[in-house]
Design a protein around this ligand. Structure first.
Ligand code: X5A
Ligand code: ZN
Length: 681
């Protein structure tokens, strides 16, 4: 599998700039690009990437999307004086031309295509292109919203032609609707286009009817356009997460793209004067991480908007760090999507129910946009308000002192995140001597254990009758766990003949080391021995057997019926496990793979891969010693070398989906990210 992350950048794209006064366009400045690059250098990220040069897009590449007439018009601006440029600009909505605009726009197209080539040829696994001018608003015959050529739409067509791709996913997380992309692929089922955007009941630019949730595509393309209109400002991390978990990801995994393109605009981030949203930079790490699990990791992020320089550049860094495989930063704020966001999510799910199997058994009824209370009002009422986060009234109103406030906020905020993010070795393992050959060379095997250190932990358990071997594998497991907790490694795995006992001992050791919240995910039939009294553990048990145990907030059993037709586990993963896990915000995750697990390696692999978004990616995987194949797959996931894939999609069994739905209803007051409709509270 391809490795490495491409970075495409050319400082020449900074020459495109506004020459006259125009309050609409004056936020699209050259410093957008240079400040991103400076920040990447500051975090030593540039040198960790594979540098790929930009080039000019050719006429025929540009004409994959745009008309020859329009191309000639743009060409013509190269020789123009200011007055003439101003006249051409006035012919479009929210656009300016400069004598170098044509050259820069060609570089933006070419840079994007270079990135696609790097990823599709296997030179790198993924990458990012930092480009200006942006692209997603531009149309066949028109520049629009700071955009000249539609970089991402051209890239999609180019990738289809050159690499014969059948399915491409475009995720547009810019805060504006990329109507240019939507128009291009409206009737095309080979491109799944997802966009969320500030909408405010059509009051927000570009104020189009077709930006609403009921625009789902046309003809053969029906169902392949997904619009989430945001009707309020001030949305943040948990709203974006809910949109991914309950809308985009189930459909994206059903679609099963061969390539993911991101229209990566950061005007949806905190402090942005256009978006007035509240998502912090690390939110983009999580969004990126989710998408890295599709298309065997083939992902190209292409810059679109983003007008608060500090917010923009920090968010770009977070995106690139994640592409490079760094552990994920914790998400701040209470995980509680607001009413208006839930309304939008419910409406989109209802609009798409006819087109997606993953929604077949969900009861989703459309709703009118009813909410009038603001998200901030809800936030203020919530018990655990977010003291360190600025409210949207405070940020992004264009008021200088408020913008400085956001700057200071970001400064402090990012310091705490970046510092917590850099263990030298990724994975530690405790396996039998005879199994070490199954591990990749990069895996660290702790030796020379200080047995004394663990004696007290172990002595509380019934280990006296244990064989020497079993005891030493327990101690090895604790050594690995210790390294994770002390952040000497990011994650680890341990093979055990008694995973249930091992996990109980592991949890006890975590408590001794004052780990606050532990998420335990059990897969398979096991006697749970973990101490649950003090609420420091959240246990999710996935088993085939119907258990008598009564579910509680911290102890939830998921009785998943065996299904030979389906290789996936999506409704449980996105509809329940991840929302609960993200609501809980654990400090450490332990995944235990026991005997008689009926999920198979693909489902477990994806689950573990996604759980790396929690607890700063700190995971201990405990695996029954009989599950050799699974152990290898999990090792590969933990070391960052592998992304599971699923083959042709088959929907989950009706009874499984039903069970998930009931659990969601039962626990959505406790774990609020489970809420995906306005009826939830
Ligand atoms: C790429 C982008 C925004 C245009 C806003 C015009 N364009 N009011 O973010
Ligand atoms: Zn934008």
């Amino acid at each position: 599998m391809a490795a490495g992350t491409a970075l495409v950048y050319d400082g020449e794209m900074s020459s495109h700039k506004l020459l006259w006064e125009d309050p609409v366009c004056d936020i699209e400045v050259p410093e957008r690009l240079s400040s991103c690059y400076d920040r990447l250098q500051h975090y030593n990220l540039v040198e960790r990437c594979i540098s790929v040069s930009a080039r000019e897009g050719t006429d025929s590449e540009i004409m994959l999307i745009h008309s020859m007439d329009y191309l000639e018009t743009v060409k013509g601006t190269e020789k123009m004086e200011e007055e003439e440029l101003q006249k051409v600009s006035a012919g479009y909505d929210a656009v300016y031309f400069h004598p170098t605009t044509y050259r820069c726009a060609k570089l933006a197209v070419g840079a994007t295509l270079q990135l696609v080539d790097a990823v599709m040829s296997g030179k790198t696994r993924n990458g990012m292109a930092l480009v200006r001018p942006p692209g997603h608003h531009s149309q066949r015959n028109a520049a629009n919203g700071f955009c000249i050529f539609n970089n991402v739409a051209i890239a999609a067509k180019y990738a289809q032609r050159k690499y014969n791709l059948q399915r491409i996913l475009i995720v547009d997380w810019d805060v504006h609707h990329g109507q240019g992309i939507q128009y291009t692929f409206d009737d095309d089922p080979s491109i799944l286009y997802f966009s969320w955007h500030r909408f405010e009941h059509q009051k927000f630019w570009p104020s189009l009817r077709e930006s609403n949730y009921d625009a789902v595509g046309q003809g053969k393309g029906r169902g392949f356009t997904i619009n989430i209109p945001w009707n309020q400002v001030g949305l943040g991390n948990s709203d974006y997460l809910a949109a991914f978990l309950h809308v985009l990801l189930p459909m994206a995994f059903e679609f099963d793209p061969e390539l993911v393109l991101i229209s990566a605009g950061y005007d949806s981030g905190i402090g942005d004067p256009e978006g007035q949203m509240n998502a912090t930079p690390e939110c983009f790490s999580h969004l990126t991480h989710f998408l890295m699990n599709l298309a065997k990791g083939k992902l190209c992020a292409v810059l679109e908007g983003g007008y608060h320089l500090r917010s923009l550049s920090e968010s770009v860094c977070m995106t690139l760090k994640t592409l490079l495989g760094d552990p994920l930063p914790p998400l701040s704020g209470e995980m509680m999507p607001c009413l208006s966001a839930r309304e939008s999510i419910q409406n989109v799910r209802a609009a798409h129910k006819p087109y997606w199997k993953c929604l077949t058994y969900e009861d989703v009824t459309p709703l009118q946009d009813l909410s009038t209370r603001s998200c901030q009002a809800e936030e203020a009422e919530s018990t655990q308000s977010n003291a360190e986060l600025l409210t949207p009234q405070e940020v992004g109103k264009g008021n200088i002192s408020e913008v400085i406030k956001t700057d200071r906020f970001l400064e402090m905020h990012m310091k705490s995140i970046i510092v917590s993010l850099k263990p030298p070795i990724k994975t530690a393992a405790a396996v039998d001597e005879s199994d070490t050959h199954l591990l990749p060379p990069a895996v660290h095997i702790p030796k020379g254990l200080d047995v004394k250190e663990f004696k007290t932990t172990i002595s509380a358990f019934d280990v006296k009758l244990m064989k020497e071997e079993a005891l030493s594998s327990l101690l090895n497991m604790l050594a690995v766990l210790n390294k994770i907790i002390k952040k000497e490694v990011i994650n680890g795995l341990a093979v055990s003949s008694t995973p249930s006992l091992s996990s109980a001992i592991a949890a006890a050791h975590c408590r001794k080391l004052k780990v606050q919240k532990i998420l335990c995910v059990f897969v398979g039939d096991m006697d749970m021995k973990i101490e649950l009294e003090d609420g420091k553990v959240l246990l999710i048990n996935i088993c085939a057997k119907q258990s008598e145990q009564v579910n509680t907030k911290h102890n939830i059993s998921l009785n998943w019926k065996e299904d030979p037709e389906t290789n996936n586990f999506f409704s449980a993963t996105f509809g329940f496990i991840l929302p609960v896990a993200y609501s809980y915000q654990p400090n450490l995750t332990i995944v235990i793979v026991g005997p008689n697990q009926n999920l198979g390696k693909n489902r477990i692999s994806l689950l573990i891969s996604l759980l790396q978004g929690l607890a700063q990616s700190q995971i201990l995987a405990l695996i029954q010693d009989t599950e050799e194949k699974i152990m290898q797959d999990i090792t590969n996931i933990l070391t960052g070398g592998f992304i599971p894939n699923f083959g042709t999609y088959a929907p989950d069994l009706k009874e499984n989906v039903q069970m998930i739905k009931e659990l969601r209803e039962q626990f959505q007051q406790e774990w609020k990210l489970l809420q995906c409709s306005a009826a939830s509270s």
